[in-house]
Write a protein that binds this ligand. Structure first.
Ligand code: MRU
Length: 353
């Protein structure tokens, strides 16, 4: 399994995704501020991976605190959470991860649990969330496998694989699960400008697993769809609004329109933690703007004239009407998404009661 991130006695160890595919090196974050830097600089990236990284960052900050009273510690925990939450705005999993550890802290602090016990409990939760991510991806993979063609080529955009999670992946998890069940699938990986998650990361991890992979430029999908060379599209998600509108890597929206035009199913695969029921529709999802240098330079080499103006939104929103199904570990959601999402959320509440 690809070790995207790992909790170690001395901190959190991250596979440096900025160096892939040419170098397999690790960055050890020894305090929560370093975890925040690793997230902001995209050494770790992908919604599920940054969710668990955020949780581990909070746990690390609490574990290393020198506070002697709960009121001192509570003030520190607020600061730790705010610092980690300021790193990237779009993937809701980051806030979900931070809040889950923060909520546990608050409930233990409210009952005056001794500080050493709190420290052990928050670390245990962060480790549990790591295992849960892998289990959820395997489960959603099992649900989604049946939607994959028995034989054919599936297009994916960005990297929604082991590297974007804790080791199996959402969109690529579905592809892995289908192949484990005997489907004969080839993958087209959009290169995914400007950060090249497809060319660098998806291609790297699929080749490691021996899954036949071809990298495409982002502008080739229409041509290949028209030629009948793509049987399905599957992508991950950074945030899914209550009506099914889905934020994912910039360029996903365009691919969804192309798929609709060519009658090709367009699937979104994401753990339930990516659903943001508090956000009614996609226009309300904050879109991260990243450094123009990601566009102006490739491998340190300038590609654009000095001083030209640059747009660099890292994500776009695919309207629910272009999505054939949303695959989660709880099951498969179909249109009308507003209703199917609300019903699945309710089922969980009833099951927990
Ligand atoms: O900017 P990134 O590389 O963090 O963006 C990642 C994506 O857009 C993925 O497709 C998304 O997180 C889904 S996979 C968990």
């Amino acid at each position: 399994m690809i070790p995207t991130l790992e909790w170690l006695p001395e901190g959190v160890n991250f596979l440096d995704q900025t160096k892939l595919p040419l170098e397999e090196t690790y960055v050890l974050a020894t305090d929560y501020k370093q975890v925040a830097t690793v997230i902001r600089d995209m050494i770790v990236r992908g919604a599920m991976a940054i969710g668990v990284s955020g949780a581990m960052g909070v746990a690390l900050g609490i574990q290393q605190s020198k506070a002697e009273t709960l009121s001192e510690l509570s003030a520190e925990v607020d600061e730790i959470c705010a610092h980690l939450a300021s790193t990237r705005p779009t993937a809701v999993n980051l806030f979900w991860g931070i809040d889950r550890v923060h909520d546990l802290y608050n409930s233990l602090a409210a009952t005056k649990t001794p500080i050493p016990e709190i420290k052990a409990a928050v670390v245990a939760l962060a480790l549990e969330m790591y295992d849960e991510d892998i289990a959820n991806c395997r489960q959603l993979g099992a649900h989604g496998a049946e939607l994959m063609p028995q034989q054919g080529t599936v297009l994916t955009h960005c990297n929604a694989g082991a590297l974007a999670a804790c080791g199996y992946g959402s969109a690529l998890g579905v592809i892995r699960a289908a192949i484990e069940r005997g489907h004969k699938i080839d993958v087209f990986a959009d290169e995914t400008r400007p950060y090249l998650q497809g060319a660098r990361l998806t291609a790297w991890e699929l080749m490691k697993d021996g899954i036949p992979t071809t990298v495409l430029c982002d502008n080739m999908a229409a041509h290949l769809m028209k030629k009948g060379r793509i049987q399905a599209v599957i992508v991950g998600a950074d945030r899914i609004a209550a009506n099914g509108d889905t934020a994912n890597k910039i360029g996903t929206y365009g691919v969804s329109i192309l798929a609709k035009e060519h009658g090709i199913p367009f699937y979104v695969a994401a753990p339930w933690a990516t659903l943001d029921l508090a956000t009614a529709h996609g226009d309300l999802i904050p879109i991260e703007q990243r450094n123009p240098r990601e566009l102006t330079h490739v491998n340190g080499k300038q590609m654009t004239p000095d001083g030209v103006s640059i747009e660099n939104p890292a994500f776009d929103v695919t309207p629910a009407k272009y999505i054939s199904a949303i695959i989660t570990e709880r099951g498969i959601l179909r249109a009308p998404f507003e209703e199917s999402i609300a019903a699945m959320a309710l089922d969980k509440v009833i099951a927990a009661a």
